[in-house]
Design a protein around this ligand. Structure first.
Ligand code: SF4
Length: 474
């Protein structure tokens, strides 16, 4: 997928003015947050489970080479084929080659964010293959010709009215009908997709986890579409990042308990499928040919660097759902495959810091993303580190660099710093006049253009602290 992350500010401005998007975001946010909170109440020590999830992923990453080879051996022994792809071009070439060799004309896909990462649909279309998305959300955005806006709910930005119009246009070639009920729309999509499942030559899916011990691919969905994509066509291709590996079957259980609750507030997703190889002799269903494409695409570089913790991500979407920035602008504004806090770290690592310079700054550093992350990824710390790199690489604006240098100089001189904050507070109170808020402030026009700065407290924190410690000495 082509990145527009360099247009983040313009994208965000447009998103804030998009009325249907704002309605959809408002509806979405509380749903995910409340359901997760309710699901967590059922597990008294959820934090211990998060710690266990973190350990499992860290262990797999520390021995990634060993476990990837073990996965390859185990799956090959079961009759599957493992392919190694260094980058997006290599992965799409492998997939196209498998399609060609099997004379494929129609491909049915279930949701895969790695597929978005390598722009798989464009490659399949250029090769003349008809590709149908089978996840309902993905199907909707395929009709709308849009990328996903959320990693687990790709069409979350669409209202029922817009989906109804899309279905009218694409299924019935009509316009201007009143919106239909959700159940009716779901049944209509089911009818269209069922025929595609039965006639597809190749099924393509992602993977939630890869189990090294058994060579198993784990797929988690709520619609069962991944299972149909994996079972009905003669050929099944799995595309997965190498970070999906875990050591053993036992390691998957805690991660599944974390994933469902963090993503949708479910104890368990409706369909959790373990696939180990193609159809065996005597079996009535399953693919005849089964391939797993293991994608690096920059992950080994991440593994050896300071952003390694990001490879623990299990793509649950909790950090998006709890992020005030994502909640205000939705996923498209981020301009690439991965939105929200996890995307603000991943996009610069995948497409380059220069090409996504605003993303590490699209964050209030409130820490909610880290607090809800099921594998304890220190997202605010990683975002701060990206900001450091921006400064080191002189990607920050000249004014920003000057302001930071000035602040650093001042912060190393505590007496002067305290005196200037006292002066600053006094000036702000003068600026605010009787309104009780600052409407316009030099050097902070971007902030005050759309909101007032509340009147600062008369006393600075340091003055209050000195007074407090003088009254009650330690
Ligand atoms: S960073 Fe954490 S919270 Fe965000 S999607 Fe990944 S695992 Fe989930």
């Amino acid at each position: 997928m082509k990145s527009t992350a360099h247009h983040f500010k313009a994208n965000a401005r447009a998103a804030l003015l998009d009325e249907p998007l704002q309605q959809a975001l408002h509806k979405m946010q509380r749903g995910f947050v409340d359901k997760r909170a309710a699901a967590l109440r059922e597990i008294p020590d959820f934090d211990a489970l998060r710690e266990q999830g973190k350990r499992i992923k860290d262990h797999a990453l520390a021995h990634l080479d060993v476990y990837l080879e073990r996965f390859d051996e185990a799956l090959t022994a079961q009759g599957g084929h493992v392919h190694w792809a260094l980058d997006a071009d290599a992965a799409t070439e492998i997939i196209l080659d498998i399609c060609r060799r099997n004379g494929a004309r129609r491909v049915i896909k279930s949701k895969t964010m790695v597929g978005e990462e390598i722009d798989l649909n464009t490659a399949l279309a250029s090769a003349g293959l008809e590709t149908i998305e089978s996840d309902l959300g993905e199907y909707i955005i395929q009709l709308a010709n849009e990328p996903p806006s959320h990693i687990i709910a790709p069409a979350v930005h669409k209202t029922r009215a817009t989906i109804s119009s899309l279905f009218d246009l694409h299924h019935h070639q009509r316009k201007g009908q009143p919106p239909r009920a959700v159940g009716e729309l779901v049944n209509e999509a089911r009818g269209v997709l069922r025929e595609k499942f039965l006639t597809a030559d190749v099924g393509i899916s992602g993977a939630n986890f890869l189990i090294a011990e058994t060579g198993t691919v784990v797929l988690v969905t709520n619609e069962g579409n991944a299972d149909l994509s994996a079972t009905l066509p003669r050929v099944h291709i799995v595309i997965a990042g190498i970070d999906k590996i875990v050591a053993s079957l036992a390691d998957v259980t805690p991660l599944l308990r974390l994933l469902g609750r963090s993503a949708t507030g479910q104890a368990m997703s409706a369909y959790t499928t373990f696939i180990t190889g193609p159809r065996r002799a005597g079996e009535r269903d399953g693919p005849v040919h089964y391939h797993v494409v293991l994608l690096d695409n920059g992950r080994t570089r991440m593994l050896g660097g300071e952003f390694r913790a990001m490879l623990r991500c299990i793509r649950c979407g909790a950090c998006l759902n709890h992020c005030p920035v994502y909640s205000a602008i939705g996923g498209h504004a981020y301009g690439w495959v991965y939105p929200g806090p996890m995307g603000s770290v991943l996009t610069p690592l995948f497409v380059g810091l220069q090409a996504s310079v605003d993303l590490p700054n699209a964050c209030t550093l409130n820490g909610r993303c880290e607090a809800v992350c099921p594998v304890k990824i220190p997202l605010p710390e990683l975002l701060r580190r990206l900001r450091d790199l921006q400064l080191e690489q002189r990607l920050t604006s000249r004014t920003g660099r000057w302001a930071l240098r000035a602040w650093g100089w001042l912060a190393r001189r505590p007496r002067l710093y305290h005196a200037s904050t006292r002066l600053g507070v006094r000036l702000l109170r003068v600026f605010s006049g009787k309104r009780g808020a600052v409407r316009r402030m030099p050097l902070a026009g971007g902030w005050t253009a759309s909101r007032d700065l509340p009147l600062p407290a008369a006393e600075t924190f340091q003055t209050a602290w000195r007074r407090h410690t003088a009254k009650s000495p330690p």
